[in-house]
Ligand binder design. Structure first.
Ligand code: M6R
Length: 609
């Protein structure tokens, strides 16, 4: 949560900072602010969106060659202008921060006793006063930042500038992401590479505990012990236009429609005509995956729903016990660890605090092996895991996760196949047949996308509802969970999902004519059972919206609306059935006029507990 960007250049950095903020806005959008050095500190802050900050800056004609900027997701203190970053100390030092300082109360008390006045309720403000305090003694910004961060407990990525050092940008991180963008006689920092793509693709990822001293011509990096270190430079594969809206109305819509391409790219990662190469999960994957005796998956939100689908696939294809668990629960549980059970973490961002801490807990409990499936290279989760697989969804900007989910599912299916083969459950011929089916997937998803006009018409009927139920069975139950999550997070319609067989054990009491019931109804072995469950709904006057397969026997009748997806896709069906639920949520949100890409109270990367 929160996005930070900074720049030191020979040109005016304000447009670079504003464009970077626009690209980081998915990380938080309660307020935004910027400081540039131009004959002293010039600060502009505004509540609300980056567009409002940009308008304010346009009126004030702010400019400068060194600056830092921030877009905020409020944790300590409400979304007011006083709480907006950058925070300043005695009008000479400014700081932007992403993370949470856990010992801020003790530091605040101490700094107050030293005479510092606090202008905000944020935890961040202690950082800037602490840096100022140490700067008084050393008159060296790098030395002051090093002394200050040594006292911080919690997570931080910070950018620091001083009015007395008009060409010096200091960056430091622990627990929150931060990278350096390398330019020609200009350099940058940002929470995420996408913010810097208009100016550079050359990036250096800072490691935990690093502090960087960044000037126009040089970058010096020091590790947690203060030793100078070299961190490798990477060239990002992303291009600036990947994070552009193009002809779409919202990023969510664009990202839903990118799924055929994203799935095809993810498959290209290491699939030959006949087999999945275990090496796609890392050089030691064949050895590690061949000897594990089970899989425990830790994830949050949408990624957790992908984990729930994988339970079905890994158990049925590989014959290994597999259990998915919400990371925020696992991290505080004394679970019984079998060292040979693989810890698999799933995350779009690779920054989710709960998932990272769950992995740390799993290692503490004795699990020997870990694999991260993630969409962001070099993210904290990827770096903390023994094995890794990078999905190729490309940048996902909409807060509601869509293409990251379906590409995670593709990665999980590949993992189930590799495990199946290494554990003697999937023959060479079977593997080839599964791969042939996987290659059909982008086309099947494309056919599901073609239902958008009909789904949009359905969505109009949801717009005035306050509640909805989603039903599925087997591996489609997690898809129902995901459909309900999508609807609630962007349309604010309360939605719950149940395994359809569970309906009669309680939730059926909720069903009446005002409760739309969405059924995920693939043509699989559970279809007849599901049909019986749907009859229970109809008998109580419930209105059913059924997503069925082309080849199943269903007829539209009173109280039952029907849309047909392509013919049944076997075990890959959950991926195809996800698409119409994403579209339903998107169009319901459009009808309700909500802010689809930036739903209230949420942020894309949840880097706090
Ligand atoms: O980046 P992650 O996949 O770890 O994020 C996990 C959840 O915060 C995320 O999936 C969230 O539930 C989305 N807003 C769902 O659309």
């Amino acid at each position: 949560m929160c996005g930070i960007i900074g720049a030191v250049a020979q040109r005016n950095v304000v447009p670079i900072l504003l464009e970077g903020l626009r690209r980081l806005e998915y990380r938080g959008y309660d307020s935004a602010g910027l400081v540039v050095i131009n004959k002293g500190l010039q600060r502009v802050r505004s509540t609300g969106r980056v567009a409002e900050l940009a308008a304010q800056i346009g009126r004030q004609k702010t400019h400068g060659h060194l600056g830092i900027a921030h877009t905020r997701w409020a944790t300590h203190g409400g979304p007011t202008e006083d709480n907006a970053h950058p925070h300043v100390s005695t009008n000479s030092i400014a700081v932007v921060h992403n993370g949470i300082i856990e010992n801020h109360e003790a530091l605040r008390t101490r700094l107050k006793s030293l005479g510092y006045d606090f202008a905000s309720e944020t935890d961040t403000e202690v950082i800037v006063h602490l840096i100022h305090f140490y700067y008084q003694a050393s008159r060296d910004l790098l030395v002051a930042v090093r002394a200050a961060v040594a006292e911080l407990q919690g997570a931080y990525a910070i950018g620091v500038v001083s009015a007395e050092a008009p060409h010096q940008l200091i960056a430091a991180r622990r627990g929150s992401p931060l990278l350096i963008g390398v330019g020609i006689e200009e350099n940058f920092i940002a929470s995420d590479v996408s913010a810097l793509l208009p100016v550079t693709q050359r990036v250096i990822y800072l490691e935990d505990g690093d502090i960087a001293d960044i000037g126009l011509l040089g970058i010096r990096i020091f590790d947690a012990e203060g030793r100078p270190v070299e961190r490798g430079e990477h060239v990002s594969e992303l291009s600036a236009d990947m994070a552009e809206l193009g002809n779409y109305r919202h990023f969510m819509q664009k990202e839903i429609h990118e799924q055929p391409r994203a799935i095809a790219d993810t498959l290209l990662a290491g699939v030959t005509t006949h087999s999945v190469l275990p090496g796609i999960f890392g050089p030691q994957a064949e050895d590690v995956l061949g000897k594990i005796n089970g899989v425990r998956i830790l994830a949050c939100g949408t990624s957790f729903h992908a984990a729930k689908v994988a339970e079905y696939w890994i158990e049925s294809l590989a014959g290994l016990p597999c259990r998915a668990e919400v990371a925020s629960e696992y991290r505080y549980r004394n679970s019984v660890a079998d060292p040979d059970t693989l810890i698999l973490t799933l995350s779009q961002s690779g920054e989710t605090r709960d998932t990272i801490d769950a992995l740390i807990q799993a290692k503490k409990l004795g699990h020997k092996h870990s694999l991260a499936i993630c969409n962001v290279p070099e993210s904290a989760l990827v770096r903390a895991s023994e094995l890794k697989f990078l999905t190729r969804a490309g940048p996902e900007i909409g807060v509601a996760s869509t293409k990251a989910f379906t590409t995670q599912l593709v990665a999980l299916f590949l993992l189930a196949l590799v495990l199946g083969r290494l554990h003697g459950r999937v023959s060479v011929a079977q593997e080839k047949s599964w791969l042939d089916q996987l290659r059909e997937l982008p086309g099947l998803v494309g056919q599901a996308l073609a239902l958008e006009p009909e789904i949009s018409a359905w969505a109009e009927r949801f717009a005035d509802k306050h509640h909805a139920l989603f039903l599925g069975r087997g591996a489609h139950y997690p898809i129902a969970l995901e459909g309900a999550l999508k609807l609630k997070e962007i349309s604010y319609i309360h939605a719950e999902a149940y395994p359809a067989g569970e309906l009669k054990h309680g939730p059926l009491a909720l069903v009446d004519k005002d409760m739309p019931v969405v059924a995920v109804a693939p043509n699989d072995t559970l279809l007849e059972k599901l049909k019986s469950n749907l009859q229970e709904v109809r008998a109580r006057g419930g209105e059913l919206y059924v997503f069925a397969d082309q080849d199943s026997h269903f007829s539209e009748q009173d109280g039952l609306h029907l849309l047909r997806l392509p013919s049944h896709a076997g075990p890959l069906s959950p991926i195809v059935h996800t698409v119409p639920l994403q579209l339903l949520a998107y169009h319901a949100a459009l009808c309700k006029g909500t802010d689809v890409d930036k739903p209230r109270n949420l942020a894309k990367s949840v880097t706090v507990e």
